[in-house]
Design a protein around this ligand. Sequence first.
Ligand code: ZN
Length: 76
Amino acid sequence: MTKATMVNVTNGDIPTHEIPRQNPCAQCGTPIAQPDWIEPGEGRVSYLWTCHACGYRFEAIAIFDEVPIAHPPLAA
Ligand SMILES: [Zn+2]
């Protein structure tokens, strides 16, 4: 009996499992649940973290080896 398992995470947005969580504050070390802001770029994603304990803000950038094709050629 063959049964296909449908797992679709490529919905065009950032998969939730790729969002970093509990990142320690760069200033006081308090874990931050999730980034305030996510800015996808080519081959990288920028995360803006805000610490609610000390108010410190910092940016973390994740670099990916695979560069997604942002603008595929259009068929005429
Ligand atoms: Zn902090």
